[in-house]
Design a protein around this ligand. Structure first.
Ligand code: HEC
Ligand code: HEC
Length: 759
């Protein structure tokens, strides 16, 4: 009997707490959570008892005397929530009953009721759905009509740029337009997804998100000599359709999840299992290629604090879609992320550091060390040269000294040529011992250490297992493993949503959540929340396959619509938020450069390897203080490789890519800008680079359409615009080419908005 009564009582108080806390979560915590407006923190019972500037906000047992109850009744000076309608009678009653019954607390209720949509678990909508069923419902609700389907030429051009960042060849266009097979479109999607060009295109999108570069930035802008291995790893991962959860795990914690000593076997060839493990571990290079001022290495603690901040910010932006960096110096002002949460997550990276390690067999290292004496010899010759120069300035050397200098220079050159090539290395995350403590840093200042914190994950994002560790600093941490497993758990509210949204953005130009790096309160809410959740659920069900996600999106009617601007829709939804058409998009700098090279036939599709440093024109080189910082690739056929392989120097961006809104590499770039500025047309029209490319295009046309101008114009249109010229265009273009030269016509083509934009 007593037992039953107790149980009933517990259930009722629980329900009361649940209801009241639910109301707070929905209506109050936005301002009285981490942001503590008027000094009031309603995230805890204590916070309400303490109250804000006006004193206690609540008196347990006495609703009528409680300030917060008066505030929601609006019968005094305070009217809460401000600027919003009065709470419903049911909500007001729930709060009154809860206070009157002594204000029982229930931590769980607060978490499960977490207000913010993106912190709630993914909810797969019931029933049968397709992308178009979700979009169609919203379209009809807005009174919008969908644009007609795009024609097949538009479709193949759109698809090629979307999946490859390259135009289709005229032959591919012809074949697709003429293909009567009802499966032609799905087959085209599969063919494009299977091509290695796909990984180069989508790998580049990912490199934006993880602030990829080949140098460290700032004044020193040190070379990150092995960063390109990470770039290649990303391209291979996309091409192999590596499940996204594995991709996340490898980058954060390959070494902790698949521990394998990298010590090299005594064989000439490394065994396959070792190479596979090495490949996973190159994922962790993500944390070795951030922008870091070398000045920060002056104090160990300062360097560590900056490095951990970069690691945390990149992780939260790329994988969580949250601006956690905002909680470094104070509690997050908008999202329920405390400064303590920040340092707990930051502690995950304590005990890890960037280390450069050889990635070849022990035999290869011996092979190097065996002939390392040649490096010693070269060093000795250099030292001798320095002594000779140190005696006089080099201009007043005696004739015999001058001879000696000449001879030394030749010997140094020869010694250098004979010296063994350094062994291949990679920068990977490795462990430090002991594991340093992490403290909350007041105002983010590394000198002002506050409370010591243990590693952990933000409470507002749901429950996670404690990271259990021994009570000593001497242990091998598994903190990143815990982070990677937490992030890739199917219960995690953000990981799948954030990635699905990025892929959607890549196809439609705008995510279902437009702010793809901010799923918090400052970001935009999703235009189609159910669709986002459905896609996220499907993504996980399909084993996190990115290629399956592409297929699903590309097969939708929405993706295959034309870009026609229907007048009635333009009035209601000019921004096309409801996707009644496909928005026209300007190509990114990389795609423009690659398309130019593809059109004129000079694109070199070699994959992978050291970054390519192309020559600069004289004006471009003016921007460079020290040309030794721009070591031009000696093999000129390399200069025509795809843009994803170009050297990314943080302090000096490739001028052509820069004017077309290249990403900022100091922090994660969620989405490229698409500006229209005068220097773009100046560069496309007047730069030495573009003139050279136009000449190459003309040479190609003369070779491939030898019969005369008319044929050359036709071929030019098909190569650059994927269509034949109209009769009028053909006539005027031929007249222009005859007057100004074919190369001039080619340059004009590269400047047409039809070339630079995709419908
Ligand atoms: C949009 C932001 C916002 C929301 C939402 C909001 N408040 Fe407030 N709240 C404020 C501001 C601003 C003040 C200070 C007002 C003033 O001093 O005039 C305040 C003050 C208060 C105070 C007095 C604190 C003190 O001691 O000064 C109480 C109690 C309070 N709010 C309760 C609530 C409750 C309960 C809810 C939810 C039903 C709520 N508020 C929702 C912004 C908000
Ligand atoms: C390097 C430290 C640091 C970082 C990082 C930081 N802030 Fe602040 N912020 C401050 C300081 C210092 C103040 C003033 C004192 C305070 O309000 O805590 C402040 C104040 C604020 C305020 C209150 C301003 C006002 O008028 O009351 C807001 C809002 C804010 N920050 C938002 C942000 C956001 C959003 C981010 C992330 C994009 C961010 N902060 C990142 C240091 C920082």
């Amino acid at each position: 009997m007593i037992r039953t009564a107790l149980l009933t009582l517990t259930v009722t108080t629980c329900a009361l707490a649940q209801d009241a806390i639910g109301v707070f979560a929905r209506h109050c915590l936005g301002c009285h959570g981490a942001s503590q407006m008027s000094g009031l923190d309603m995230r805890t019972r204590e916070g309400m008892l303490r109250g804000g500037g006006r004193g206690p906000a609540m008196v347990p047992g006495k609703a009528a005397e409680s300030l917060l109850y008066k505030a929601i009744r609006r019968d005094g000076e305070l009217k809460m929530p401000p600027g919003k309608p009065v709470l419903s009678a049911a909500d007001v009653t729930a709060i009154a009953q809860w206070i009157d019954s002594g204000a029982p607390w229930n931590e769980k209720a607060l978490q499960t009721q977490s207000t913010w949509w993106s912190f709630r678990p993914v909810q797969r909508p019931d029933g049968n759905h397709t992308i178009d069923s979700f979009l169609g419902r919203a379209l009809r609700a807005q009174g919008l009509t969908d644009a007609p389907p795009a024609d097949r030429r538009t479709l193949i051009r759109r698809l090629s740029y979307d999946l490859h960042g390259l135009p289709p060849t005229p032959e591919e266009v012809g074949a697709f337009v003429a293909n009567k097979d009802p499966q032609a479109y799905p087959k085209l999607i599969d063919r494009l997804l299977a091509s290695p060009r796909y990984g180069e295109r989508w790998g580049r999108h990912w490199l934006d998100v993880v602030r990829y570069a080949d140098t460290g930035g700032f004044e020193t802008d040190v070379l990150l000599a092995n960063a390109w291995r990470y770039r290649d790893y990303v391209i291979r991962s996309f091409n192999n359709d590596k499940p996204y959860n594995v991709f996340v795990q490898e980058q954060i914690a390959a070494d902790e999840i698949w521990p394998d000593n990298l010590d090299l076997d005594g064989a000439y060839e490394l065994p396959k299992s070792k190479l596979d493990n090495l490949e996973k571990r190159i994922g962790t290079s993500l944390y070795t290629l951030g922008a870091l001022p070398v000045e920060n290495t002056f104090f160990g603690d300062q360097y560590r604090s900056e490095w951990q901040a970069d690691a945390l910010e990149t992780t939260s932006a790329a994988f969580l879609g949250l601006t956690m960096g905002c909680a470094r110096c104070h509690d997050h002002k908008f999202d329920p992320l405390s400064q303590r949460d920040y340092y707990r997550l930051s502690a995950v990276f304590a005990g890890s550091e960037d280390r450069e390690v050889p990635i070849v067999s022990q035999m290869a290292i011996f092979e190097f060390t065996r002939y390392q004496t040649r490096w010693v010899m070269a060093d000795q010759l250099k030292a001798k040269l320095a002594r000779l120069g140190g005696k006089n300035a080099k201009f007043d050397l005696t004739p015999s000294e001058r001879d000696e200098r000449e001879s030394l220079l030749r010997q140094i050159g020869e010694a250098y040529v004979r010296a063994p090539a350094p062994v291949a290395k990679a920068n990977l995350l490795m462990h430090t011992a002991p594991v340093p403590d992490t403290h909350v840093l007041q105002r983010g200042d590394w000198k002002q250490k506050g409370e010591k914190v243990r590693p952990g994950f933000p409470a507002a994002l749901g429950e996670a297992a404690e990271i259990v560790e021994p009570e000593t600093s001497w242990f091998i941490p598994r903190r990143r493993k815990a982070l990677a497993e937490w992030l890739t758990s199917p219960q995690h509210p953000l990981t799948a949503r954030v990635m699905v949204n990025r892929v959607w953005q890549g196809h439609f130009g705008r995510g279902l959540v437009a702010t793809s790096n901010d799923f918090g309160r400052q970001g935009d809410p999703p235009t189609h929340p159910e669709l986002l959740d459905w896609l996220a659920a499907e993504f996980m069900r399909n084993n996190w396959s990115v290629k399956s996600l592409h297929r699903q999106i590309l097969l939708s009617d929405a993706y295959q619509r034309s870009s026609a601007a229907l007048a009635a829709n333009m009035e209601k939804d000019p921004e096309n938020r409801y996707l009644w058409r496909v928005s026209r998009r300007r190509l990114e700098g990389e795609a423009i450069r690659d398309a130019v090279l593809a059109a004129n036939g000079s694109l070199n599709t070699k994959m992978y390897g050291q970054p390519v440093v192309p020559p600069l024109s004289r004006e471009e080189a003016d921007g460079m203080r020290d040309m030794s910082q721009w070591p031009i690739t000696s093999d000129s056929s390399e200069h025509n490789r795809r843009s994803v392989y170009l050297f990314v120097k943080r302090s000096f961006q490739n001028p052509m890519l820069e004017i077309f809104d290249a990403p900022d590499t100091s922090a994660s770039c969620p989405r490229r800008d698409s500006s229209t500025i005068a220097p773009q047309s100046l560069a496309l029209m007047n730069s030495e680079y573009m003139q050279l490319q136009a000449e190459r295009f003309a040479e190609r046309l003369k070779k491939e359409a030898a019969s005369g101008t008319a044929a050359q114009v036709d071929r030019a249109w098909r190569l650059a615009l994927s269509r034949a010229p109209s009769a009028d265009e053909a006539r005027r273009a031929a007249a222009y080419a005859d007057r100004a030269g074919l190369a001039r016509l080619c340059l004009l083509l590269f400047n047409m908005s039809e070339f630079l934009y995709v419908d």
